[in-house]
Design a protein around this ligand. Structure first.
Ligand code: PEP
Ligand code: MG
Length: 874
């Protein structure tokens, strides 16, 4: 069996579509080599070997070894140097590379092949002892810390101590002799801290096997597992290992290294975008330690290399038909490509690139629609700083990932995690010198990230962009004192938990909390949405309770309201007073009186909704929550209500006690309310119909849909529907109008789904309330999962939070059955979903597959749902 795939010299054994086997990096190195792009020769050990490695108790299977030896021989032949040759050694890099990119999460070892002997050869051959010893000490450090698990700090301290002894500040000021001495110290550290203690290996083949093991081990390292958990990466075999001839960007001022994107990954603009460093090794750019130069300057510094890069940029985009993220190194004026992959981008960039590539003829409309992940649209729907805000920025860094974020400052990822544990709803802003893969958990919790160093390709920038989080990097006006947990920016002192606002679109940093405004749908975004609509068959509605939300959703393309939760209308000013009067009423007459006071408010609300949704259906749900939710539970609140209503506080207390339920979500709520108190339902139905009549008279096109919540039997629906229908007919005939209206039900109690054929004899439409349906099917209180859901997800008891994405295996069966049985009775039954899942792309795809007519989601998710629906239809 083939375990090792070689590449280099214009040929390759693998190719780009073998990512599952060769990892992204290996597959694309092979592809580039075949395209005739200069790539240092090397080979890829497959991800299958990684899987075998773990099955084999962390040992590389025997039959792989000869293929590795053969791979090395091919590299030696192409480069014309031999591994371990004391006169002129071949040096190699050993890097991880899984099928999906996991930036910085796994191990890399450079300069492998250096020994006490071969370092002399390298020094002589390059006529550069300083370079040779610098490479050797870096190798000992990387090998020690990644393959042997030593603390990287041990080596860092030795380096700092040496600089102090020599009275210099920069690494580059150390001489060849200093570095030679440092190598001796590094080797002593290595010997002292390995257990069982042993000398730094002097056999390159031994070094190589240990390095390969180290890369495989890093697949199951804490960082990598954490990253896969957050990014929901599952089902991969493991990582591949790429062993490749070293090229050096640190051989003087005609050498360098850089990372670039074929288009701007923030905005999507069609410009060459990236950074490079002269006389540096690759990790220096990514680590954000030195601040790199913009790629455009390379045109002046190395014009030929720049032109060659431009040609490669063009070739790669034409070949891959997507934006590429590339890494390159220039060794003494000669360009080598070390990596290409589809570049991570912000949602804004994803949309612009898809639309522009379609216009350039690289891809078609359908591909453009499929190319943008619905979740990435969140990025275009991020708040921006209010242009009218008066605050002035105090500093400007590099705009690394757009959107505005205001939050409480923390200076470490652990503090972010801590603050989140104690105050889960507090907005967090992570402020650091730079970030590293250890910080991802805290970064994930932060609203935004601000660093004082690093460039556009630094860890913070890449990760934030991937997550669509606002991020500003390289803000050198920011001086952080991590110990003291404070920072200063241009003379302003910022302490832990003070507010800072960042604008990741401009790079501006503000002290305090700056107001933000909502986004709009224009330009490329609107174009992509139009293209999506050409393919979409599901309709998209919104869950909205106010005319303002309804209008916004319509701007985002909503085609109606799928759920108006009327209870949300009862909490304001006078309404809550009338609502409480109604709840505290002793007699039907008193209740009716209070309801009559509520009626004009409700009617006005519905008029506003109908006007905002002129021409579109509006589904209004009758009151749903348990009544106690409208009464205060604490003494002072109850006193106040008593005073307001002019009744004894005892009475309020009694009613609260009477309404108390062990299990309110399964108690006196939903359709059970109007079954007991029909006058509540009457008032709401009257408000809906009178509003519709009022609008219709003024020429507004109204399509009311009255929705009865929480039914479990057709009898409940029958009683309530008959009563509502009678009232509607009476009002319409009084008005002398005919308005098309429907009376339907939510399907959110499992029994309603199981008996959907019966329910459909009465229901004129179904709307799946997947929040309650999930709660009741899984026996999981939707309000009480925070304690155990994280553990459940970690242990993969659920793959995804079932309140976020439909539990297809369980709840999905009920939905499928509900749709099927409902249409058995009423073939044209209109069916939708209005639970939170209506805005989740996977759930939208499921809704399409069972044949629903529409999904309904919150206004800001409407564009996501449109795109997800288009993708589901393709
Ligand atoms: C549902 O249960 O899915 C639903 C939409 O209703 P609510 O969330 O208001 O209970
Ligand atoms: Mg519900």
């Amino acid at each position: 069996k083939k375990f090792v795939y070689s590449f280099g010299g214009g040929v390759a054994e693998g190719k780009a579509d073998m990512k599952a086997l060769l990892g992204g990096k290996g597959a694309n190195l092979a592809e580039m080599s075949m395209l005739g792009i200069p790539v240092p020769p090397g080979f890829t050990i497959t991800t299958e070997v990684c899987a075998e490695y773990y099955k084999n108790d962390r040992h590389i299977p025997e039959d792989v070894i000869p293929q590795i030896v053969e791979g090395i021989a091919k590299v030696e032949a192409l480069v014309g140097k031999k591994l371990g040759d004391p006169a002129d050694p071949l040096l190699v890099s050993v890097r991880s590379g899984a099928a999906l990119s996991m930036p910085g999460m796994m191990n890399t070892i450079l300069n492998l092949g250096l020994t006490d002997e071969s370092v002399e050869g390298l020094a002589a051959k390059t006529n550069n002892p300083r370079f040779a010893y610098d490479s050797y000490r870096r190798f000992i450090d990387m090998f020690g810390s990644t393959a042997m698990g030593l603390e990287h700090e041990l080596f860092e301290h030795a380096l700092s101590a040496m600089k102090t002894e020599r009275g210099v500040k920069l690494d580059t000021e150390l001489t060849a002799d200093d570095l030679k001495e440092l190598v001796i110290r590094y080797k002593a550290i290595y010997r002292a801290h390995t257990s069982p203690s042993h000398d730094f290996p002097q056999d390159p083949k031994d070094q190589l096997m240990k390095a390969i093991n180290a890369v495989f081990n890093s697949w199951m390292g804490k960082k990598a597992r954490e990253y896969r958990r957050i990014e929901k990466i599952e089902g991969l075999l493991g990582t591949a290992v790429n062993v490749q001839a070293m090229v050096f960007g640190n051989m003087g001022n005609n050498s360098g290294t850089g990372v670039a994107f074929t288009r701007d990954p923030n905005t999507g603009e069609n410009v060459f975008y990236g950074d490079y460093l002269i006389n540096a090794q690759g990790e220096d750019v990514v680590a954000g330690i030195r601040t790199p130069e913009p790629i455009s300057r390379l045109q002046e510094e190395m014009p030929q290399v720049y032109d060659q890069l431009l040609a490669i940029r063009e070739k790669l985009e034409r070949h891959y038909k997507d934006m590429q993220d590339i890494e390159f190194t220039v060794q003494e004026g000669v360009l080598y490509m070390l990596q290409t992959r589809n570049g991570k981008r912000t949602g804004t960039a994803a949309v612009r690139i898809a639309v522009e590539m379609a216009r350039e003829g690289l891809i078609d409309h359908q591909t453009a629609v499929q190319r943008v992940s619905p979740d990435s649209l969140n990025h275009l729907l991020l708040p921006r700083l209010d242009p009218k805000a008066k605050e002035r920025p105090v500093a400007r860094g590099i705009a690394a990932s757009p959107g505005a974020a205001a939050g409480k400052v923390v200076f470490s990822a652990e503090d972010a995690v801590h603050l989140h544990d104690v105050h889960p709803s507090d907005p967090i802003l992570l402020v650091r010198k730079e970030t590293s893969p250890e910080d991802v958990a805290g970064m994930n919790l932060a609203r935004g990230i601000l660093t004082s160093t690093g460039g556009k390709a630094s860890h913070a920038a890449v990760v934030a962009r991937g997550w669509g989080k606002p991020c500003v990097v390289g803000c050198d006006a920011l001086v952080i004192d991590e110990e003291a947990k404070q920072a200063s920016i241009q003379g302003h002192i910022v302490r832990e938990h003070d507010f800072i606002t960042i604008d990741g679109t401009t790079g501006d940093v503000y002290i305090g909390k700056v107001p933000t405004v909502d986004p709009e749908m224009t330009g490329d975004f609107a174009t992509l949405m139009e293209w999506a609509d050409e393919y979409r068959t599901l309709k998209v509605r919104t869950n909205a309770d106010t005319p303002r939300d309804a209008r916004r959703a319509r701007e985002f393309g909503a085609e109606g309201i799928g759920l108006c939760r009327t209870e949300h209308m009862f909490f304001e000013d006078q309404r809550i007073v009338d609502m409480r009067k109604m709840i505290l009423a002793d007699t039907t007459e008193a209740r009716v009186k209070a309801l009559n006071d509520l009626l004009p408010h409700q009617r006005a609300d519905f008029i506003g909704l109908f006007e905002a949704m002129d021409g579109c259906p509006v589904t209004i749900r009758l009151l749903d929550p348990p009544l106690h939710e409208f009464l205060p539970h604490d003494d002072s609140g109850q006193l106040e209500v008593a005073k307001q209503l002019g009744i004894p506080v005892e009475k309020v207390r009694q009613r609260v006690a009477q309404l108390h339920e062990q299990n309110p979500m399964l108690g006196f709520r939903g359709c059970r309310l109007p079954i007991l108190y029909p006058e509540i339902g009457d008032m709401q139905v009257r408000a809906i119909m009178e509003a519709a009549i009022d609008c219709a008279k003024r020429g507004v096109s109204v399509h009311p849909e009255i929705m009865i919540p929480l039914i479990g039997t057709v009898e409940e629906l029958k009683i309530l529907k008959e009563r509502a229908q009678a009232l509607c007919e009476q009002l319409l005939s009084e008005a002398g109008l005919s308005i098309p209206y429907l009376i339907g039900t939510m399907i959110e109690v499992p029994r309603a789904a199981l008996t959907a054929d019966e329910v459909a004899t009465e229901a004129e439409f179904f709307s799946f309330g997947t929040n309650d349906l999930t709660q009741m099917t899984l026996g999981l209180s939707r309000d009480d999962i925070t304690l155990f859901m994280p553990t459940y997800l970690e242990k993969k008891i659920y793959k995804i939070d079932p309140f976020q994405s439909i539990d297809i295996a369980g709840v999905g069966q009920l939905i499928e059955m509900g749709v099927r049985k409902g249409r058995q009775t009423r073939p044209n039954l209109k069916i939708g979903i209005c639970g939170e899942h209506g805005g989740d792309p996977d759930s939208v795809a499921f809704c399409q597959s069972v044949g629903m007519d529409y999904v309904s989601c919150s206004p800001f998710r409407v564009p996501l749902a449109r795109l997800a629906a288009a993708q589901a239809a393709l």
